[in-house]
Design a protein around this ligand. Structure first.
Ligand code: F6R
Length: 548
């Protein structure tokens, strides 16, 4: 039995039945599902329409089965027709095709968008991501750019395309054996294990994920720290949650490591790329390792002579493969669309890295560095404590939050990126319009929105940050806002002055930057549940974003 399917994110044409994959040719014998964007679809479609093809959808994908049909009309066998169609495509694609004239095969091709093969016992799989088939096999081959082939239940054939001239590709057979990898992830990791949602399971899994990461990254962190030690500049790039981890990473590298470091949103990198040069190090942060914006940012930096370090959770994914050095967090597969455990493990990695860089550069004394390292070693245990102490309070907060339309998350210093992550979580799973702002900026505009009951959530990671935030709390209270704070438990005055307090363990910023987000993950999760939404599948979002 063979089959193909696709959960569509909708780049061309609205989400509707007619635009859903698979798309078929005029004969109904060829079907295609595709992730990515075909850039030259318009010209192909116009040409095929002139040749008599009838299209029914608004998608770019629909041109592919029609192209295959066209090559078959010229007398080609299905696989040759598929390869000839692929040759014409420009853009990003991971695609699979069925042809009823060779019904035991699923054809595949990849350019830029992720595609992996799962090798089972009497069954083979193709998917965008490993968890899709983890229940059936842990034997994996990652398909690389410009590879094509087909699978049957017992066979995998793969070829590599080499462009010769403008419009011609030579196909060379690929030996799969050295590429087969057995992933450490277990099938249980891709199951809910009694939790109602993956997001909640993954929040609770953080102690384990942090502990595995601590054990797993030690050596490579030392190598990367040596690379960073003499860097003239460090740019940390990432998207979404990974950008928030990048922001914290840049703050840590500059504060503890004494390096000139800045964070950039991956899709904004192109406007800075001109200033990148040899001597710079770019750290590309992406849990999936496949986010196209981050991949392109890394490529742009490499093209300018910078060293690229990848920080990812998926071994062999595109960004680590293209980087000079790769650090892998050990969070296990993350299924919930909202990133939780991959974020805290990324931040932990940055903490370890910054402490090592600080030590190497003499910014931190041996005693300071070993104190940071000692506390970081306890992070998994403290995470477990925080989750168990604050889960019920987060649930209570969620009942009120579920009735709100807007919220501010305010912080200073390290508290700002943690606020940004808190706001993003609430926005994406509970659809509350949550905005993060530097607390000091709130009086320069945003405060105009605040009225009675408006939620304002403050984050302070240290007593210093708490002191600076006190006046901002007063400003919001004076306008009858509903105030909440996540701050160290000895920030008595701040915590006493808010409606809901989360008194957190007092920790060095390296550890609190990992841990203070935990109440926000729980608030977002329980708010989504209180509103009747499925936090694992937020509308309009995809786990891995492979379109620019
Ligand atoms: C938020 C979220 C997204 C991702 C972003 C980058 O919860 O999941 O914002 O963080 O799409 O993804 P990666 O880390 O795979 O590059």
């Amino acid at each position: 039995m063979v089959g193909i399917g696709h959960t569509r994110w909708a780049t061309h044409g609205p989400p509707s039945d007619v635009n859903s994959h698979p798309h078929v040719d005029c004969t109904g014998r060829v079907a295609v599902a595709h992730n990515g964007i075909i850039e030259n679809w318009r010209e192909i479609k116009d040409r095929l329409i002139k040749e008599g093809h009838k299209f029914v959808s608004d998608t770019d994908t629909e041109v592919i089965p029609h192209l295959i049909e066209e090559f078959k009309k010229q007398g080609m066998q299905p696989y040759e027709a598929f390869k000839s169609a692929v040759k014409e495509l420009k853009g990003a694609y991971a695609l699979v095709a069925l042809d009823m004239d060779e019904p035991s095969k699923v054809f595949f091709a990849r350019h830029t968008s992720p595609l992996v093969i799962g090798l089972g016992d009497g069954v083979n799989f193709l998917a965008s991501d490993i968890p899709a088939f983890l229940k059936y096999t842990r034997k994996v081959v990652v398909v690389r750019d410009d590879e094509v082939g087909y699978i049957t239940s017992s066979e995998v054939v793969m070829e590599r395309g080499k462009r010769v001239g403008e419009n011609s590709i030579e196909w060379m057979s690929v030996d799969l054996h050295p590429r087969v990898r057995v992933v450490e992830w277990t099938p249980e990791m891709a199951m809910k294990e009694g939790f109602p949602h993956f997001m909640l399971k993954e929040i609770h899994e953080q102690p384990r994920a942090l502990s595995s990461t601590l054990a797993g990254v030690r050596e490579i962190v030392r190598d990367v720290a040596k690379e960073l030690r003499g860097a003239s500049r460090v740019i940390v790039v990432g998207a979404g949650t990974s950008y928030h981890a990048s922001y914290i990473g840049a703050l840590m590298l500059s504060n503890l490591g004494g390096l000139p470091a800045q964070a950039l949103i991956s899709s904004e990198m192109r406007w800075y790329a001109r200033s990148v040069s040899e001597g710079d190090v770019v750290i590309a942060v992406s849990q999936s390792g496949e986010t196209i914006d981050t991949l392109l940012a890394a490529r742009a930096a490499k093209g300018k002579g910078a060293k690229v370090v990848a920080l990812s959770n998926v071994v062999d994914s595109a960004i680590p493969r293209e980087a000079d050095l790769a650090i892998y967090t050990r969070a296990g597969p993350e299924i919930g669309v909202a990133a939780t455990k991959t974020f805290t493990t990324q931040v932990l990695t940055f903490a370890l890295l910054s402490v090592e860089v600080g030590r190497l550069r003499g910014v931190l004394s041996e005693a300071e560095a070993s104190n940071h390292a000692k506390v970081l070693g306890k992070v998994p245990e403290i995470a477990s404590h925080i989750i168990s102490v604050f889960e019920a309070r987060a649930k209570t907060v969620a009942k009120t939050m579920a009735e709100k339309e807007h919220a501010f998350y305010l912080g200073r210093g390290f508290g700002l990126p943690v606020s940004m992550e808190g706001a993003l979580k609430l926005k994406e799973v509970a659809y509350v319009h949550a905005e993060a702002y530097p607390a000091g900026e709130s009086k320069h505009g945003p405060i105009a929105l605040v009225e009675e009951g408006f939620p304002v959530v403050f984050t302070a990671l240290s007593l210093d940050e708490s002191e600076l935030i006190k006046s901002n709390v007063e400003e919001m209270r004076a306008r009858y806002a509903w105030t909440l704070a996540v701050a160290p438990k000895n920030a008595y005055e701040l915590l006493r002055n808010v409606d809901v307090a989360f008194p957190m363990p007092e920790l060095p910023s390296t550890a609190s930057a990992v841990l203070y987000v935990l109440p926000y993950q729980l608030i977002a999760y329980y708010t989504a549940v209180a509103k009747g939404y499925d936090p694992d599948k937020p509308r309009n979002l995809a786990k891995t974003v492979t379109v620019v």
